[in-house]
Design a protein around this ligand. Sequence first.
Ligand code: PDD
Length: 281
Amino acid sequence: RIAYVNGRYVRHAEAAVHIEDRGYQFADGVYEVCEVRRGRLIDETLHVDRLERSLRELRIAMPMSRAALGAVLRETVRRNVVRDGMVYLQVTRGVAPRNHLFPAADTAPGIVVTAKSVSPASGDKRAEGGIAVISVPDNRWERVDIKTVGLLPNVMAKQAAKEAGAYEAWFIDKDGNVTEGSSTNAWIVTADGTLVTRPANGGILRGITRTVILDLAAKHGLKVEERAFSLDEAKRAREAFITAATTLVMPVVKIDDAAIGNGAPGSIATDLRARFHDHAE
Ligand code: PDD
């Protein structure tokens, strides 16, 4: 495997960044995960748009032009011979002696890109039976709209899910409403077939998969409400599912101890999963 690190393509096993990279010391950086399908990056423009926004919010410079970045992403995919899989891209505020204050203005941002193959079938297998989620208190900071590498609450939540025999943890805010999963957005389907997901203007990351599904749902004439929903409402929902570049649309069949619908993947989630790549054909 090959990684791109600060201007060079190096062997993945030996790829390294400096110990004083601010990503390492302060989680002072942002990232993107983009799906690769049939050798092509899915929704590259939307991912680079969001990267630019995350960087702007944290006042970190874009490490290179969008065109150059696109070339690096594609070259990393090519060198790793990835047909179906993922690209990971991370940008940090760069290397400087440890100090909370921003480093000198001429400090170059740090950039790392990796790519790996993932069998599309492994996701399909999970989607057939659906996944279980647990609920955990949302103990994250308020700027979860920025895709930072500061993911400790997410790490703790995902591990708790695994230890409870579940795949994902849903964060619950102080009002008892679901915000999102540790690495996915959260959705439910009401009794009358309306899709519900939390608005992207508070408490969640604006997922690219979420945006695409909102579009797809509208095109297919499904009713959609962007509003907060409670854990209680979710447990009584007709269907539930999660979305992310890594999981695409993944049906949820259990939340804590409550079976969702009849305990099998719902028809709307299954249909949206099947149609997800229509926009990229
Ligand atoms: N996570 N919410 C959170 C907290 C996330 O970390 C992610 C993505 C999403 C979904 O966003 P998108 O649809 O753009 O992938 C929502 C990536 C996949 C990760 O951390 O691996």
